[in-house]
Design a protein around this ligand. Structure first.
Ligand code: TRP
Length: 436
């Protein structure tokens, strides 16, 4: 086992790939609109708590399960605990891949549409009302949305069918820093606009009365979504790792940069929201209504818009590929399919599953709610229980030795896995189901 399998070129290659999967539409599009809906600063603090207490421990756990078995998400559980129900955790991950990617690709399609608008210089000199209308027009056109959804999915399939490609690893190294610098540039602009003070206050002054059980559930779901956990992606990524990589360090790096990019995006979006008198709780439309208004005002706005949406497309693709890869790897490893066939067949199925999300915003919301509030947290809960209770100290310490995690931190990690993460997920799930 493990022979002839692919491996990351090294820790750096792995960390970049994990960042590529983590940094995506979740950081810019989803984080900002959810933060807007749940009132800003207080929500962000809850989110940070979720990342530290639940997200990071589960990230380490997923990697450890993958690296110790050198198998995909389903095979890993089957190897560690043969003929046990734990294998369902892997299946759940594959199912989640279908659901998540189906509507993720619809949003990817919106971004592509905005590239075409930038090329046509559709934002220049437009009033806020007019730029808002651009999104309304897109929403009202099933043909346009399905078309761009198809294009986004086709590009994703094409890359995945070619194999865990060199192209994307190389692209990550260039495009990720470029996206970061682009956000910094936009930040400087956003902070000089009239709404800056209001935007910053929104992000920095907590209003705890806005935090309900539902808000906490959303924060937890967003943490799972943004860190790409709860569906076996990191199990798969860990399976391509060798012993030299220190898991806790790598995880810390990925989690911190993912969170930093989301918060940075918030500091770009919210000053603009208040400058252009938009509603922070506009929902999934938020960045598509806000940013074009700003691009329309900026000198060279057309080029800045084009560059920004290109980089966002890249971030979205570098997340969409691993999502499809979770599904494809399962059918290759466990069912003996060829990579090309698995990519096109299941990419096609996911495209079809996504069509209702493109046509109906209610269905879109349902798929998103199902994924972030239920599928990912339940997947994460199972991983935490498995790594916390079913695995032994010896099994865990073989992957996370004292060299990588001091004994105090090791105990804290196991404590978080055993008690804090499961309790947090369970309580929030039960509350949201109205059970108490
Ligand atoms: N983290 C990605 C984003 O923020 C979305 C995502 C969730 C994902 N789970 C994943 C990407 C699994 C790849 C693999 O956009």
């Amino acid at each position: 086992m493990g022979q002839g399998r692919e491996n990351w070129s090294g820790t750096l290659g792995f960390v970049l790939a994990a960042m590529g999967s983590a940094v995506g539409l979740g950081n810019v599009w989803r984080f900002s609109y959810i933060t807007g809906e749940y009132g800003g600063a207080a929500f962000i603090l809850v989110y940070l708590g979720c990342v530290v207490a639940v997200g990071i421990p589960i990230m380490i756990a997923e990697l450890l399960i993958g690296r110790s078995t050198q198998r995909n998400a389903v095979g890993a559980f089957a190897t560690l605990r043969p003929r046990s129900p734990w294998i369902m955790t892997g299946w759940l991950g594959v199912l989640t891949g279908f659901v998540l990617l189906s509507y993720y690709s619809v949003v990817g399609g919106w971004v592509l549409h905005y590239i075409s608008l930038s090329i046509a210089d559709g934002f220049a000199g437009q009033s806020t009302e007019a730029t808002k209308q651009l999104f309304a027009t897109l929403s009202a056109s099933p043909a346009l949305q399905v078309f761009w959804h198809a294009v986004f999915m086709a590009v994703t399939i094409w890359f995945v069918a070619r194999g865990v490609s060199r192209g994307i690893e190389w692209g990550n190294k260039i495009m990720m820093p470029a996206l970061f610098f682009m956000l910094c540039f936009l930040l400087v602009y956003a902070l000089t606009t009239d709404g800056a003070a209001e935007g910053i206050a929104f992000l920095m002054t907590p209003h705890w009365d806005k935090i309900s059980a539902k808000a906490v559930l959303e924060a937890l779901g967003q943490a799972f979504f943004s860190l790409s956990i709860g569906m076996g992606t990191l199990v798969t990524y860990g399976s391509y790792l060798n012993r030299h990589t220190q898991l806790p360090r790598a995880v810390l790096f990925v989690a911190v940069s993912d969170t930093a990019i989301a918060i940075l995006a918030g500091f770009v979006i919210f000053p603009l929201v208040f400058t252009f008198q938009l509603e922070p709780n506009a929902g999934p439309a938020l960045i598509f209504e806000t940013l074009p208004a700003a691009f329309g005002q900026l000198p060279f706005g057309q080029w800045i818009a084009l560059l920004f949406f290109l980089l966002l497309t890249f971030a979205a693709l570098s997340s969409a590929m691993p999502l499809l890869e979770v599904v494809v790897a399962y059918f290759i490893d466990e069912k003996g399919w060829s990579r090309t066939r698995a990519s096109w067949v299941f990419g096609g199925v996911i495209f079809a599953v996504g069509i209702p999300s493109a046509l109906d915003r209610g269905f879109f919301g349902f798929m998103d709610m199902l994924t972030t509030n239920y599928l990912l947290p339940v997947g994460g809960l199972l991983v935490a229980l498995f790594a916390g209770w079913s695995m032994t100290h010896t099994e865990r310490q073989a992957e996370v030795p004292a060299r990588d995690l001091s004994s105090g931190l090791y105990l804290a990690w196991v404590f978080l896995l055993r008690f804090v993460a499961p309790a947090a997920v369970a309580v929030i799930l039960l509350r949201s189901m109205g059970l108490f």
